[in-house]
Design a protein around this ligand. Structure first.
Ligand code: UD1
Ligand code: CA
Length: 462
């Protein structure tokens, strides 16, 4: 029975995330454990948000504050939270949201915070089916080879849904049923809260079962639909660290496969590459074994990323070469730069086109302009370095006086001699040269040669 009122009913989403998740053997709430670099709850919240619901209500309990923060970081003000201080079952978790939902003429999609693989399309299909059938409650079910532990879908001889029975309450016969309740439902909100009043903890676990609502609604003469879904993995939750690792693998394999097939990226050994699902990599880039690309990193076309490199939340232009064992975090590298081996770029390090950072060079919060090179054993912190400048081996920007950080400015076409100490704040003018081992404590004017400890002007160049 489809009608316009049903069609136009707004949607709310409820996510149950109050439990600790005992089988994780962790001090952290299960939904805070990370998959693909983001907490489980963030995955569910992001997918739910893509349906554009009125609000997403998250039932929190264990480490409520952290779970709230993680959810807000993903969907902001769209999320509201209700506290379930004691976990007395899924029916009780829903009950905690009564004040927020009871009087709302809406549909409610109910999900678990520990089921991160659920796709928006599946949610949409369930909601569409629910709307079209005019049901009061629609249950997403799947068939499992091994249904142990799950609530079973009980149907009569004609296949009509009757009720859900939990593993612990089921008879031997019922336990043979392979069709299980995924725990994902779409409800008419008002009907749900009406039926929820009648749920009692009369079962093996002494819990309030949300699943009892289906049977109660049937008894009230309402329609209950079961929507059979064919991808069991997608709706399965994470219970153990072994499952978490399996999902991580799956996500990673999918991301890499997509990059190879759709993105034209070469992976020398796809089984030993670690790429965040949120990362982008351009065509003809080659990724060697044991590379980790994390967060929202964006890598351009035709780059070469050698073994052991880690790139986190950074942007690389085209034709960048990252040599072995370099670490690049929160940084930006323009096209045709070369980094490493064993380089460390962090805290908004920026390399402009054709800049080179070589062996054992650390660049922190510094900018190297076009064509500038720091090839060996240097620390460049809080520095701005001009174009075509050469930083000799062992150069250090002495940026910290024990209390504060100070800046170093090196202008264009400078030659910093090996082992120069630049005691910041200090500026080296364009085209100047520092002699090997100089300790530069005062600004160097343009076109000068300085040397010594502390460095003094020896002559004016040109
Ligand atoms: C529930 C269903 C079962 C279904 C299974 C699918 C009930 C009674 N049973 O099983 O039919 O096959 O899910 O996974 O609903 N949670 C709370 N507060 C609580 C209880 C649970 O927030 O008081 C949250 C948990 O943190 C978890 C989710 O709800 O994320 C599911 O709880 P869990 O105990 O794993 O499911 P079951 O009750 O065993
Ligand atoms: Ca349980």
């Amino acid at each position: 029975m489809t009608n316009d009122t049903t069609q136009s009913k707004p949607l709310n989403v409820l996510v149950m995330a109050a439990g600790l998740g005992t089988r994780m053997k962790s001090n952290r709430a299960k939904v805070l454990h990370e998959l693909g670099g983001r907490p489980l709850i963030a995955h569910v919240a992001r997918t739910a948000a893509s349906l554009k619901p009125q609000k997403i209500i998250v039932v929190v309990g264990y480490q409520a504050e952290e779970v709230e923060t993680a959810t807000r970081a993903e969907v902001g003000e769209l999320a509201s939270f209700v506290l379930q201080a004691e976990q007395r079952g899924t029916g009780h978790a829903m009950e905690c949201a009564r004040a927020l939902l009871e009087n709302s003429d809406s549909l409610l999609l109910s999900l678990y915070g520990d089921g991160p693989l659920i796709r928006a399309e599946t949610m949409r299909n369930l909601i569409e089916h629910h709307r079209a059938s005019g049901a009061s409650c629609s249950i997403l079910s799947v068939r499992l080879e091994n249904p142990t532990g799950y609530g079973r879908i009980i149907r009569d001889e004609s296949g009509q849904f009757q009720r859900i029975v939990e593993q612990k309450d089921a008879t031997e016969e019922e336990r043979k049923i392979r069709e299980i309740n995924s725990g994902i439902y779409c409800f008419e909100t008002k009907d749900l809260f009406e039926a929820l009043k009648r749920v009692e903890p009369k079962n093996q676990q002494g819990e309030y079962y949300l699943t009892d609502v289906a049977e109660i609604l049937l008894a009230l003469g309402r329609k209950v639909e079961v929507f059979v879904h064919h991808d069991a993995r997608e709706v399965s939750g994470i219970n153990t660290r072994a499952e978490l690792a399996e999902f991580e693998n799956l996500l990673r394999r999918n991301a890499i496969r997509r990059l190879m097939l759709e993105g034209g990226v070469t992976f020398i050994d796809p089984s030993h590459a670690y790429v965040s699902p949120d990362a982008q990599i351009g065509r003809d880039t080659i990724v060697h074994p044991d590379v980790t690309i994390e967060g929202t990193s964006v890598i351009g076309e035709g780059c070469v990323i050698r073994s052991g490199a880690r790139i986190t939340n950074s942007r690389l232009g085209d034709e960048v070469v990252v040599k072995d064992h370099s670490v690049i975090v929160d940084s930006e590298i323009a096209s045709k730069c070369s980094v490493g081996p064993f380089a460390h770029l962090r805290m908004n390090a920026a390399l402009e086109e054709k800049a080179t950072v070589g062996n054992f060079v650390e660049v922190k919060k510094s900018r190297l302009k076009r064509g500038t090179k720091a090839m060996h054993l240097s620390y460049l912190g809080d520095a701005t370095i001009g174009e075509r400048t050469n930083i000799g081996a062992g150069t250090v920007t002495c940026n910290y006086d024990g209390v504060r950080k100070h800046e170093t400015v090196i202008e264009d076409d400078v030659k910093i001699g090996s082992d120069t100490m630049l005691v910041a704040p200090v500026r080296v003018g364009a085209r100047s040269v520092t002699g090997a081992g100089s300790v530069v404590t005062k600004d160097v004017p343009p076109d000068s040669l300085v040397a010594g400890v502390p460095a003094e002007i020896k002559k004016t160049l040109k």
